[in-house]
Design a binder for this molecule. Structure first.
Ligand SMILES: *Cc1c(COP(=O)(O)O)cnc(C)c1O
Length: 362
């Protein structure tokens, strides 16, 4: 069957080089070979996250660590900032973990604002906060630096940040931001296959986790720290993913992180221009558009053109590209185009050409 190239916002297209690395011969995860592999990546991962903390590798999709963060770090009550499908779900997940949890809900397409968080944290009820930096369902980025600055005022609140669809596409300086957990699944901007999550914790988060009674084993942050100190993971990791990540980190540093960030912004800007050129408006509030995907408004909000999204998807798919038809309650009234991972001006030009061709038939 002919492969349809992925331009959905995750999983994204995986390169041949990455797949070759993924298929490296198996090694033991307690042997020197594995330790050397992880140890070699550690400084690169620390540079990528701008941290002196150890960076951990979890064999799970992002939700494993997102749930783990709740279990490790919520003793009193967690405030879940909600602005789209993934961030809304985090409230539900917190409650399923048996935690006291409240939502700070804003309309989909709006970012989370620091002032709103501040009001809620000022009640003194909360000891943890979850934030999705780049809400993938709505293509909206919240102002992370402004929000992280609140940590100064509320040092005892654990700031847990999901950067699943933004990490590697723009700088996120963990130590400087002063947040407590930063995590990303690898099937988004990392352009690896799904199944691995990269994350790190502040010393305060590790200290608090150590006091959490019901943190379990698989996602015990204290275990991750203890094992990472010896270049290992708590349980047997997906070793193929670790090889693939090592290969991908080579790619990141060969390109240069600044160039990688600039590329993502440029391609997102071009996609926004493509949408405007066809009479569409964007779903996210102006000024908060994602750099890794574009969520095109197609009737979810007033203004702009609308098309039959299912038909658009089919016409584009016939030309070899998979685009997303909108997520959750904005399915069909938005559609999403991903530019994250390895995309270039040349590969995006092929997508725009396919979209242009489809639009002529709508
Ligand atoms: C994809 C995504 C997730 C969920 O990732 P899984 O791999 O399904 O666990 C969480 N948060 C954001 C922002 C995402 O884009």
């Amino acid at each position: 069957m002919k492969h349809v190239k992925l331009h959905i916002p995750g999983p994204v297209e995986v390169s041949e080089k990455t797949f070759r690395a993924f298929c490296s011969p198996m090694i033991g995860h307690r042997g020197q070979g594995f330790k050397d592999l992880y140890a070699r990546m550690q400084p690169q991962l620390q540079t990528l996250l701008s941290t002196r903390q150890l960076v951990y590798l979890s064999t799970s999709s992002a939700w494993g660590v997102m749930e783990g963060a709740i279990r490790n770090l919520t003793a009193k009550k967690v405030l879940n900032c909600m602005c789209g499908a993934f961030s809304d779900k985090w409230l539900d997940v917190s409650r399923r973990c048996g935690k006291e949890a409240d939502g700070l809900q804003v309309p989909w397409g709006s970012p989370i604002r620091a002032s709103e968080i501040e009001k809620r944290l000022a009640t003194g009820q909360f000891d943890a906060l979850t934030l999705i930096h780049n809400e993938t369902s709505t293509g909206t980025m919240s102002p992370l630096a402004e929000i992280a600055a609140l940590k100064q005022k509320f040092p005892d609140v654990m700031f847990i940040v999901d950067a699943v669809s933004s990490m590697t596409a723009l700088p996120i300086k963990f130590d400087e931001l002063g947040i407590d957990v930063l995590l990303a699944g690898t099937q988004k901007a990392f352009a690896l296959p799904p199944g691995l999550t990269v994350f790190t914790c502040s010393p305060a988060a590790l200290a608090k986790a150590a006091t959490a009674k019901d943190r379990g084993y698989y996602f015990d942050f204290v275990e991750f720290q203890k094992n990472a100190a010896e270049s290992m993971t708590p349980s047997t990791p997906s070793i193929g993913h670790v090889y693939a990540l090592a290969s991908k980190l080579e790619d990141f540093f060969a390109e240069g992180l600044e160039a990688r960030y600039a590329r993502h912004l440029k391609l997102a800007t071009q996609t926004r221009q493509w949408a405007a050129g066809h009479g569409f408006t964007l779903f996210p509030e102006a000024g908060y558009e994602s750099v890794t995907l574009t969520c095109v408004n197609n009737g979810a909000k007033p203004g702009g053109r609308t098309v039959d999204v299912a038909k658009l998807q089919k016409l584009v798919k016939d030309q070899g590209f998979l685009i997303d038809g909108g997520y959750g309650k904005i399915k069909g009234t938005t559609f999403r185009l991903s530019n994250m991972g390895d995309e270039t001006e040349a590969t995006m030009a092929q997508l725009y050409a396919a979209l242009d061709g489809a639009m002529k038939q709508l």
